[in-house]
Ligand binder design. Sequence first.
Ligand SMILES: C[S@@+](CC[C@H](N)C(=O)[O-])C[C@H]1O[C@@H](n2cnc3c(N)ncnc32)[C@H](O)[C@@H]1O
Length: 327
Amino acid sequence: MLKHPLPRLDKDEELSNLLLPYCRFERGTIFIDQVSGHKIACGDCTDEKFLSKLFGNEKAALAIHDPPYNFIAFQKSDVQEFINWSKKWIELSYHHLKKNASLYIWLGADQNNHFQPLGSFLLMMSQTDFKSKSFITMRNQRGFGTLKNWMSIRQELLYYVKGKPFFNVNAEYTDIPKVLKGYYKKINGRVTENIERSKSENIRAGNVWIDIQQVFYRMEENVNGCYAQKPIKAIERIINASSKKRDLVIDFFSHSGTTLLASEKLQRKCFTVDIEPVFCEISLRRLENFRTSGKTGWQNSNPFYKEINSDKRLKNYLKKKYNIEYK
Ligand SMILES: C[S@@+](CC[C@H](N)C(=O)[O-])C[C@H]1O[C@@H](n2cnc3c(N)ncnc32)[C@H](O)[C@@H]1O
């Protein structure tokens, strides 16, 4: 079995820099995909001019944003700084969304710090023109937990709307079988129970998602080098419920390109942004790899495997710093 790991790129600037010559992106690059019309833009999502260039006259039906809310990734900036910064990309999202559109935001809540930034973020959102719609919780279990507190296995996902957008959760069934009978109701004079009344064998998705596996290294969709990948299944659920085929979906924090990939799979068009050239390149490679191999990630390998394998400096660096051997 091939085993070619790539350490977290956000934590190793030197490694990231060694990969830059293999990236088709630098700050300001907007890559236009000729097959499906997707765009991958390398820049700052709070830069109004850059976003205007990216969008032109197009407006999106759905935004799915996953900002770096974890303060380590966010260079220890304090909560207020995070909120001021978020306000900018939220306002720009509002501007680039259609009259009737949906906005989903993945966020964290630090239980040792008054559940921030979630608390302040909710207040900030209440002062915008978006209307709150749902507060989804996705089960996000990585390890076996600590004995010092309740294990934190929750991932918050906020759902807001602008106007009255399309929403269809009808087809969004979980993998959880309907085992409990109940909700008796009289139909044509006969008492029926829920299992015989409904179309599906499974439970429809509500605002607690326990049927989605957090991405980890043994999954096909895993992208080595990334640190904050969201499961494709979760993004597909959002896209299916809140957009139609050929709609424009936007994501200002591309990273491993999950929203881009899910949009491709579900025949939506995606405009995605990342400030780091290396994550823009990974997003593009993930799309290209999917088109040629049907694979959604690089289990046991990574997006830069070929280049690393033929680049002595990169090989030596990985061997010396991480004891990773490429053969
Ligand atoms: C939490 S990750 C997103 C993960 C993504 N949902 C996925 O499934 O791979 C956040 C990403 O935002 C990018 N980022 C941080 N600040 C940014 C900014 N101002 N503009 C655009 N992207 C930014 C980071 O480089 C990082 O790749």
